[in-house]
Design a protein around this ligand. Structure first.
Ligand SMILES: NC(=O)c1ccc[n+]([C@@H]2O[C@H](COP(=O)([O-])OP(=O)(O)OC[C@H]3O[C@@H](n4cnc5c(N)ncnc54)[C@H](O)[C@@H]3O)[C@@H](O)[C@H]2O)c1
Length: 435
C-alpha cells in the first residue's frame, strides 16, 4: 500500500517506520523543516529503542521517505494517517487546531478517493468534524472516508508494541475504507476489532483513563499503607495476582505524567461534560495523582527540614524509563519544586537531558553527566524515574560519595531492607520507612 503519515513525532515516525518495515511504501510528512532535514540525513530526532535501525533499513530499501509537503503525501498515497499533536487547553478540553489544520491542508490537495485515518488521540465525534471540514474545503466533489485507528503504543517500547499490538482498532463507517485498512494491517498478527468511528475514538480515551485510574488506585492505597504500616508492594502483589485485576499499572509512585495520561484523562472529563454525561470518577483520579507528588515532597521537607541550599541529587527526568520524552514529566515538576524551595539540584537522566535543554526545563539545576556525578557530596538522593541503570548502580559507591546517605525512592525501585543494611536512610512510597 502507499501510505502517508502527517506528523512525524513519537507516534507518526514509529508508525511510518513500522508500516514500511512490513513492505508498505511510506511518506512521512512533517511541517517542522528542521526535523525533516535531520530525518533526511538519517538523524532520528527522538530516542526509542530499535527505531533508528528500522528507519535506516527502510530508507535504504526505498520504502520510507520524509518531506514537508502534505500535497506530496496526499498525491502519492491511498491512505493518509494523521498523527499530529492534540494538546490540552487550560480547561482540559483538547486543542483540535492541529487536526483541523491538517484536515484543511488535505482537503485543498485532494483530487481522488483517499482514506483519511485519525491516529491522534481525539475526543469522540472528532471524525465527524474532520469529514465535515474536508467536505467544506475540497475544491471539487471528491470521495473520501474518515477512519479512526487509535494508537496504543507505549513510549519506551513503541517499535515492539507497533509490530506486536494486543489489538488493532479500526473505526469505520465505510466498507470501502475498511477493506483498505485491513490490507494495511494484513502483515500483522493481531486481532482486528472493527467498530464505528465514534466507538473507536472512545476506546482510546477509555483505555488510557482506565490505566490512569489503576495507577491512582494503587497510589491511594499507598497512602493507607503509610498510615497503617502495611507495605503497598505486598498489597499490589496480592491483588495483582488475581487475573481479573492483573499486576501491571499497580506500581505505587509519585504519580503518572507524560504527554498522554494527564491530557487524555482531562480530555475525557471535558468531552463527557460536553455530552452531558459527566465522568466525575476521573476527577478523583486526577486529584489522587496530584496529591501523590505533594505527599512525596512533604516527606522530603519533613525530613530535610529546610530545603534552601540543600544539595539534592535527582535521578531520572523523563516521564518513564527508556524514552527521552520529558513532556509533562512528574520528575520535572519535582525538580522545579525543589528549585523553588531554594535547593541546589544536581539531576541526571540517561536519555532525557537533551530534551530538557531543548525545552528549557529545570532552569537552575545542574545537569550531571552520570548518576555518580549527581550524588557527589549530596545531602539527599531522590529517585524520580525507574531507569534500569539505577537498579544496577553500585550502591556502596553511591553511599560513600554522598554527604549524608538519605534516599527518597519515588518509584519503589530499591529494596528497603537492603538499603538499610547498606547504611542508607530510606524512604519509599507506601512502605514502612526504615531508618
Ligand atoms: N506519544 C505517545 O506515546 C502516544 C501514544 C498514543 C497516541 N498518541 C497520540 O498521538 C498524537 C501525536 O502524539 P506524538 O507524541 O507523536 O506527538 P509529537 O509532538 O511527538 O509529534 C507530532 C508531530 O506532528 C507535527 N505536526 C504538527 N502539525 C503538523 C502539520 N500541520 N503538518 C505536518 N506535521 C505537523 C509536529 O511537528 C510533530 O513532529 C497525539 O494525539 C497523542 O495523544 C501519543
Amino acid at each position: 500500500m502507499d501510505i502517508a503519515i502527517i506528523g512525524s513525532g513519537y507516534v507518526g515516525l514509529v508508525t511510518g517506520a513500522c508500516l514500511a518495515d512490513v513492505r508498505h511504501n511510506v511518506i512521512c510528512v512533517d511541517n517542522d523543516q528542521r526535523k525533516v532535514e535531520r530525518l533526511q540525513k538519517g538523524v532520528i530526532p527522538i530516542y526509542e529503542p530499535g527505531l533508528e535501525e528500522v528507519v535506516h533499513r527502510n530508507v535504504s530499501a526505498n520504502r520510507l521517505r520524509f518531506t514537508t509537503s502534505t500535497a506530496e503525501g496526499v498525491a502519492n498515497s491511498q491512505i493518509i494517517f494523521i498523527a499530529v499533536p492534540t494538546p490540552p487547553q487550560p480547561d482540559g478540553s483538547v486543542d483540535l487546531t492541529y487536526i483541523e489544520k491538517v484536515a484543511r491542508e488535505i482537503a485543498e490537495v485532494l483530487k481522488e478517493y483517499r482514506v483519511i485515518v485519525d491516529k491522534s488521540t481525539v475526543p469522540v465525534k472528532t471524525g465527524e468534524k474532520v469529514a465535515e471540514t474536508i467536505r467544506r474545503y475540497t475544491k471539487s466533489a471528491v470521495e473520501f472516508d474518515v477512519v479512526s485507528n487509535p494508537e496504543f503504543l507505549r513510549e519506551g517500547c513503541a517499535v515492539s508494541d507497533l509490530m506486536n499490538p494486543d489489538r488493532i482498532v479500526i473505526g469505520s463507517n465505510s466498507d470501502r475504507a475498511l477493506a483498505l485498512m485491513k490490507k494495511v494491517y494484513e502483515p500483522f498478527i493481531a486481532p482486528i476489532m472493527v467498530t464505528d468511528v465514534n466507538s473507536a475514538e472512545l476506546i482510546k480515551h477509555a483505555a488510557n483513563s482506565f490505566l490512569a485510574l489503576k495507577i491512582s488506585y494503587i497510589n491511594a492505597i499507598s497512602a493507607i499503607c503509610e498510615a497503617s504500616g502495611a507495605d503497598v508492594e505486598r498489597v499490589a502483589d496480592g491483588i495483582g495476582a488475581d487475573k481479573r485485576i492483573g499486576r501491571s499499572f499497580l506500581n505505587a509512585g509519585i504519580g503518572y505524567g507524560g504527554s498522554c495520561f494527564p491530557k487524555d484523562v482531562a480530555a475525557f472529563i471535558a468531552i463527557s461534560e460536553q455530552l452531558g454525561a459527566p465522568f466525575t470518577l476521573l476527577r478523583e483520579v486526577q486529584r489522587v495523582n496530584q496529591t501523590q507528588l505533594d505527599r512525596f515532597i512533604k516527606k522530603i521537607k519533613d525530613t530535610l527540614w529546610v530545603l534552601k541550599d540543600k544539595r539534592i541529587a535527582v535521578w531520572g527526568l523523563t516521564f518513564k524509563p527508556d524514552t527521552d520524552d520529558v513532556r509533562n514529566s512528574v520528575a520535572i515538576d519535582l525538580v522545579t519544586q525543589l528549585l523553588k524551595e531554594g535547593a541546589i539540584v544536581r539531576a541526571y537522566d540517561p536519555k532525557g537531558v537533551e530534551k530538557v535543554e531543548e525545552l528549557k526545563l529545570c532552569h537552575g539545576a545542574h545537569l550531571a553527566k552520570s548518576a555518580m556525578e549527581a550524588v557527589e557530596n549530596a545531602e539527599a538522593l531522590v529517585l524520580a524515574t525507574e531507569w534500569g541503570e539505577f537498579e544496577r548502580v553500585d550502591l556502596v559507591q553511591v553511599r560513600d560519595r554522598m554527604h549524608t546517605p538519605l534516599i527518597f525512592d519515588g518509584r519503589n525501585l530499591f529494596d528497603p531492607k537492603t538499603m538499610k543494611e547498606l547504611g542508607f536512610t530510606y524512604f519509599g512510597i507506601g512502605r514502612a520507612d526504615l531508618h
